[in-house]
Structures are given as C-alpha cells and as structure tokens.
Design a protein around this ligand. Structure first.
Ligand code: NAP
Length: 302
C-alpha cells in the first residue's frame, strides 16, 4: 500500500503542574498499512485484523494496563505509538521500554504530557493530529476519589462529580477530542473496571463511573457504526490487576491477597493479560459496543 508522508506537530510537555504546549518536535507520520483499518479489503478475508503497521494513541500509556498495551502493539508491529500521561519521567522511561519491544524497523514512539482532566489541553493535543490518521485509540486513565459508601459517608453531588472527573471524564475527554482523528474502520477502547458489575459496598461513585463508561461505549458504537465511518468502540473491564496504581504497602498486599482468593481463578490479573484483551478488541473486526471482562471469573462467582 502506498505510504504518504505527512508532517505533524506534536505537543510537548510541561514543567511542574503546568502544561507548556508548543512545537517541540516535527515528525513524519505515515498513513498506515494497518490491516485492521483496511477493511473490507478482500471480500473473502473474514479473519482478524492485525496491529502490524498501525498508528496507536494510548492515553495512560506510561504505566500499568496502558503501558502493557503499547508494548504489545510494538511487539505486534505497530508503526507509530504515542503515549500520554502526566509524569515526564514515567513517560520517558515508558517510551524506552516500548521502543525496545518494537519489531518494526520504522516504529516511532513518542509521548506527551497532558492532564486529561483539563479538556482544553486534551483538545490542544488532539489538534496536533491529522484527521483520520489514527488507527486505534485507547484510554485508560482513572483514579479513585476514595469516597467509599455514599450514604454512610454523607457524600454530596460535588463529591461524585470529583470522581467522575477522575475516571469518566478523564476518558471521555480524549475520546471526544480525538474522534475525528480516528481512521474509518479504526477502533476506540476504553477501560472501566469490575466495580461496575460487582459494585460491592465501598466505592459507589467509582462503580457508577465505570458503568457510565460501559454505557458510553454502547452509545458511541451505534453512532460511529451507523454514521458510515464504522469506527468500533469497545471496553475492557479489568478485575484486580497487579499494576503500580496500588503501590506496595502491607495493606495493599493483604488486599490483593484477599482479592485473589475471592475469584474462581484464585489469582490477580497481569497488565499483559489486559493488553491481550485490548488487542483482541482492536483486531476482531466484527466486535463493537461490548465490554469484555478480564477478571479471573469475578463477575460470575457465586
Ligand atoms: N489495576 C487494577 O486492578 C484495575 C482494576 C479495575 C479497573 N482498573 C482501571 O484500569 C485503568 C488503568 O489502571 P492501571 O492499573 O493501569 O493504572 P496505572 O498503572 O496507575 O496507570 C494509569 C495511567 O494513566 C495515567 N493517568 C492517570 N491520571 C491521568 C491524568 N489525569 N492525565 C493523564 N494521564 C493520567 C497515568 O500517568 P500519570 O500518573 O503520569 O498521569 C498512567 O499512565 C484505570 O482506569 C483503572 O480504574 C484497574
């Protein structure tokens, strides 16, 4: 397939909490040979797409599930990967790790420091991409506002909005800002979490934020599907996964031990297992609007 070289401008990072936008780098961006977005192609080919040659943007790509997703894409021959987070050091180290996993000689890996809770900054970042230049968008950012049970803790709507900013809007902002940048037949994958279906009694507003992501995915899958662009939109719902998000205090170790014992597969998940599921969602061309549970059986336990 013909490659058309384009130049694009990249936003760059910040000092301290402030994001300094600017033209720090000019890079070559090629239209990709990604099989996932060259569909329908050969009408006899009903097999899976491939990440080979694709361009991917991973919000939250400097750690945990997002980093594992970027590394897997690099291993599978992605041609251009951009990761987004806030912390510069983590971004730099992640870029190195992703680059060293790349199997394509021409794979470029870059990063941008953007706080996804600042929608204007996310839009500014998105504006540095050409329309229709991204095969796959992944959004993983999401923190807990630690509100606990809403009634017992006498929480307000403002408290819940804080949680929505940290998880729901943190992923919705990149999806809305990047929507025109995604190629026809490309994909969007958002990340919710086990709490949406196993709500428990300890983090109500995060459970609701996760559910909002899953419902948004269904709405957008309809919108993109019928509007002719056929961008596929899906969601990964992880169970307890061993990522840096939890730290390694004794309390955390005990909590993770109990979480493992409470699911049928008797262990916690690995970021690589989450990345594997995201790659499935990106490359199975007949999947849209779904949430896939990768949780050791948590959802179905008695
Ligand atoms: N790990 C689990 O057990 C588990 C279970 C269920 C659901 N999940 C969900 O899975 C997703 C990923 O979790 P993870 O365990 O991979 O977490 P992680 O290791 O902490 O990674 C989170 C990533 O998101 C970025 N990020 C967070 N807030 C951001 C912001 N405001 N702006 C820009 N980037 C931001 C982080 O970079 P910076 O901090 O540098 O910004 C980092 O790259 C989350 O939505 C989480 O709720 C995780």
């Amino acid at each position: 397939m013909m490659r058309v070289a384009r130049t694009y401008r990249h936003l760059v990072a910040a000092s301290g909490a402030m994001l300094a936008t600017g033209l720090l780098a000019k890079k070559q961006l090629s239209t990709s040979d990604c099989a996932a977005t060259t569909w329908p192609g050969d009408s006899t080919n009903y097999g899976p797409g491939s990440l080979s040659g694709c361009t991917m943007v991973v919000f939250g790509g400097s750690s945990g599930i997002g980093l594992a997703t970027a590394i897997l894409a690099a291993k599978q021959g992605a041609n251009q990967i951009t990761i987004v987070g806030r912390n510069e050091e983590r971004l730099t180290s992640a870029v190195k790790e992703i680059k060293s996993a790349a199997t394509s000689q021409t794979c470029t890996v870059s990063s941008a420091s953007v706080d996804v809770t600042d929608e204007a900054k996310v839009q500014q970042f998105a504006s540095t991409f050409e329309d229709g230049s991204v095969d796959h968008l992944v959004t993983t950012p999401g923190g807990s506002a630690r509100l606990g049970n809403l009634i017992a803790n006498n929480r307000s709507c403002d408290d819940v909005r804080r949680q929505f900013n940290l998880k729901y809007f943190a992923q919705l902002a990149p999806v809305l800002a990047m929507s025109e940048k995604i190629k026809d037949h490309g994909s969007i994958t958002m990340v919710s979490g086990i709490l949406s279906r196993r709500t428990g009694r300890g983090n109500d507003a995060l459970a609701v934020s996760n559910a909002a992501i899953e419902t948004t995915v269904r709405c957008l899958a309809n919108d993109f599907g019928f509007d002719g662009r056929q961008v596929r939109v899906n969601c990964l719902s992880p169970g307890m996964t061993l990522t840096p998000v939890y730290g390694d205090s004794d309390w955390v170790k005990d909590y993770q031990h109990r979480s493992a014992a409470a699911v049928p597969l008797q262990r916690n998940g690995k970021p690589e297992e989450m990345a594997h599921a995201i790659a499935f969602l990106q490359t199975n061309l007949f999947v849209t609007g779904i949430t896939i549970d990768v949780d050791g059986g948590n959802v179905i336990k008695p």
